[in-house]
Write a protein that binds this ligand. Structure first.
Ligand code: SF4
Ligand code: SF4
Length: 192
C-alpha cells in the first residue's frame, strides 16, 4: 500500500536551522531540569544502584522459602517443586520431625537442606505453582550479581532470608549453613 508523504513547507525561520535546534535543546533542557529537581519513575536514566526501577506485579525474581509466624519453615519437604523444576536445580534433603505446628497441624517432615542453583534456574515459576503448601514464592528481587558461582547456590538460610529486610522481618539465624557467604541487600530505595 502506498503512502503519500505530505511535504512540509519550511518557513524562513526554519531554514536558518538555528530555530529548530534551539527548540529541540529547550525541550531537552526542560526534561533534564525536571528530572534533576523532581525525579520520577519515568526517567530514562536510572542511577543504579542508588535508584532502582520498580518491577511489575507477577515478576518472578529471587525465591523465598516462606515461614510460619513462629519463624519455622513452611516447606514440608514433599519434593513436588523439585519434580516440577524443568532445570533440575532444586536439591532437597528431608528429615523427619513429627512436630505439632499450631497453624498446620502434624508435620511429619521438613527439609534438612534445601538448595537452589540460581545459575541454572530459569525463573519459570513452576516450583511455586507445584507447591501444595504455598511455601516457595518467586518475588521481586532481580539483583543476581555475585562474585563467585558459589554465592548463587542458595541454601535454606539464603532462601528464608531473601526478603527479610524488605518485609521488615528478622533474619532467621538458627539455620546451619554449608559455608558463610555475603548477605544479600534488601531491595530498598526503589523509585516510585
Ligand atoms: S523457577 Fe523454575 S527453574 Fe527456577 S527453581 Fe523454580 S521451577 Fe526450577
Ligand atoms: S517448597 Fe513446597 S513443593 Fe517444594 S518441597 Fe517444600 S512444600 Fe514441597
Amino acid at each position: 500500500m502506498s503512502v503519500v508523504v505530505k511535504k512540509v513547507d519550511l518557513t524562513w525561520l526554519d531554514r536558518t536551522y538555528l530555530w529548530p535546534i534551539a527548540k529541540g535543546l529547550t525541550i531537552t533542557l526542560k526534561h533534564f531540569l525536571k528530572q534533576v529537581f523532581k525525579p520520577t519513575p519515568k526517567r530514562l536514566t536510572v542511577q543504579y544502584p542508588e535508584m532502582k526501577r520498580p518491577v511489575l506485579d507477577g515478576y518472578r525474581g529471587l525465591h523465598e522459602l516462606k515461614r510460619n509466624e513462629d519463624n519455622s519453615i513452611k516447606c514440608v519437604a514433599c519434593f513436588m517443586c523439585a519434580e516440577a523444576c524443568p532445570a533440575r536445580c532444586i536439591t532437597i534433603e528431608a528429615e523427619e520431625i513429627g512436630d505439632i505446628n499450631t497453624q498446620q497441624g502434624l508435620l511429619e517432615k521438613r527439609p534438612a537442606s534445601f538448595q537452589i542453583d540460581a545459575l541454572r534456574c530459569i525463573f519459570c515459576g513452576m516450583c511455586q505453582e507445584a507447591c501444595p503448601k504455598d511455601a516457595i514464592w518467586l518475588r521481586k528481587n532481580y539483583e543476581l550479581s555475585c562474585r563467585s558461582r558459589f554465592e548463587m547456590q542458595l541454601d535454606k538460610y539464603d532462601l528464608m532470608n531473601t526478603y527479610a529486610g524488605d518485609d521488615g522481618r528478622e533474619r532467621v539465624e538458627h539455620i546451619e549453613r554449608a559455608a558463610p557467604k555475603p548477605e544479600r541487600q534488601p531491595l530498598s530505595n526503589q523509585l516510585g
